[in-house]
Design a protein around this ligand. Structure first.
Ligand code: MG
Ligand code: MG
Length: 277
């Protein structure tokens, strides 16, 4: 893996990443509050844009060449990189929202999945909620593993083991992975969501990662839709995407894009996040 040198940030740089993380979290909270049947994905995008602008930040997704929206909104068989537009959300839809904010030159990146209620199709809703729950739990398992990991590939192993332990035969996307984050939204190293033999870089203070499992009910085979962005499953089964930006520092780990730093999400794993001093 190239560019291992220079991936570790100083304590001052880690502190600078707290605010963009919190702004990213606030943008996703606004989206979550608005998401309902009858709302369009571009309305969700506008809600995130407002929060990010109000807090004096910029959407870092708009800094990606060719992309002019604030969030990605991926519905049902779309797993990631869905483009907001006039699509109206329907009851029972599973919607993954990915957002990021750049503040004073530093970045946050996070994603959530929302399942909309549908009383006429309780079994579909239950299946999708299970997928989202397992995906989110695998994210927290990966974050928890960072607290004791020596090498980065322990994170992917923990994510995969968590998904396997669910008893579901879900697919994990292989072609899309997490990443380092800092001055740029996408930095080295790659963060795999599955077991890899390359140990990857050493886990030590200064490492900041966007960990983001992408999990589907069926096969992990995907294709890019004609819009050139949207990644959808070939078999048409639903996908879920959860992501947090996480810092390893002298005192432990801190989840930059969780308002509580990850206290609630990490509690089931016996890990207590420590604020960046
Ligand atoms: Mg993201
Ligand atoms: Mg990311």
């Amino acid at each position: 893996m190239a560019l291992r040198r220079g991936i570790y940030k100083t304590p001052a740089q880690l502190r600078a990443m707290v605010e963009p993380g919190l702004i990213t979290a606030a943008a996703l909270e606004a989206v979550c509050a608005l998401a309902a049947p009858g709302v369009t994905t571009e309305e969700l995008d506008a809600a995130a844009s407002r929060v990010i602008a109000d807090r004096g930040a910029r959407s870092n997704f708009q800094l990606v060449r060719g992309y002019r929206h604030t969030v990605c909104a991926s519905v049902n068989e779309q797993v990631v990189h869905g483009i907001p537009g006039p699509r109206v959300l329907e009851p029972g839809d599973i919607v993954s929202i990915d957002a990021g904010a750049e503040y004073k030159g530093w970045n946050g990146d996070s994603a959530i999945t929302i399942v909309l209620p549908d009383t006429s199709r309780p079994e579909v809703v239950a299946e999708r909620e299970a997928l989202s729950r397992v995906t989110e739990r695998s994210l927290w398992a990966g974050i928890a593993s960072l607290a004791t990991a020596r090498q980065l590939n322990e994170v992917g192993a923990a994510i995969q083991a968590s998904i396997e332990a669910s008893g579901h035969d879900y697919g994990i996307l292989r072609e899309y992975v997490g990443h380092g984050i800092g001055r740029k939204m996408h930095e080295s190293p790659s963060v795999f969501n599955y077991r890899v033999s390359d140990p990857g870089p050493e886990v030590r203070p200064g490492l900041v990662l966007a960990i983001e499992p992408m999990v589907v009910i069926g096969s992990d085979a995907t294709f890019v839709e004609d819009d050139g962005w949207t990644v959808s499953t070939i078999d048409g089964t639903a996908g879920s995407h959860w992501e947090h930006s996480v810092a390893v520092h002298d005192g432990g780990v801190w989840v930059l894009t969780a308002p509580d730093g990850g206290v609630a999400g990490l509690a089931p794993f016996g890990v207590r996040p420590v604020p960046i001093g």
